[in-house]
Design a protein around this ligand. Structure first.
Ligand code: ZN
Length: 131
């Protein structure tokens, strides 16, 4: 499989950065004022609280939609980190290159299509009783 090029990574990086941006905006709009106030409190109370700690706190709050968005935001952040460290586009299971087609469809994909489908098959075939 052909390794994705720097230009292709640049394109995907732009897509993910934009997605992350709109995700943050959306999440802030969805947050109810009470939650927002408590986050402001967290921010005001301790200046050294980093974004991740705040995110953890929000995840703790029982809000499925925001939780889902934050999970997505983390996936995007992880993928962007992987671009920085040069491991983006490499399957975490087999170390093969993930195809550009797959990354275009799922920019945050961590596995190649073969490992992903193997993983899904293994999961689907496992009888419920053995879990
Ligand atoms: Zn793989």
């Amino acid at each position: 499989m052909t390794k994705i090029t720097k230009q292709q990574i640049d394109v995907l990086q732009k897509i993910m950065e934009l997605e992350l941006e709109s995700l943050v905006d959306e999440t802030q709009q969805e947050m109810d004022p009470q939650l927002k106030a408590s986050i402001n409190e967290i921010n005001g109370g301790a200046a050294d609280v980093d974004d991740e700690a705040v995110a953890d706190t929000i995840v703790d709050v029982d809000n499925a939609i925001i939780g889902m968005h934050l999970q997505k935001a983390r996936d995007l952040n992880t993928a962007l980190d992987r671009i920085q460290t040069g491991t983006y586009g490499i399957c975490i299971d087999c170390g093969d290159d993930i195809s550009f087609e797959r990354l275009t469809a799922y920019p945050t994909a961590k596995r190649c299509i073969i490992c992903q489908s193997r993983r899904e098959k293994t999961r689907a075939n496992r009888p419920a009783s053995t879990i």
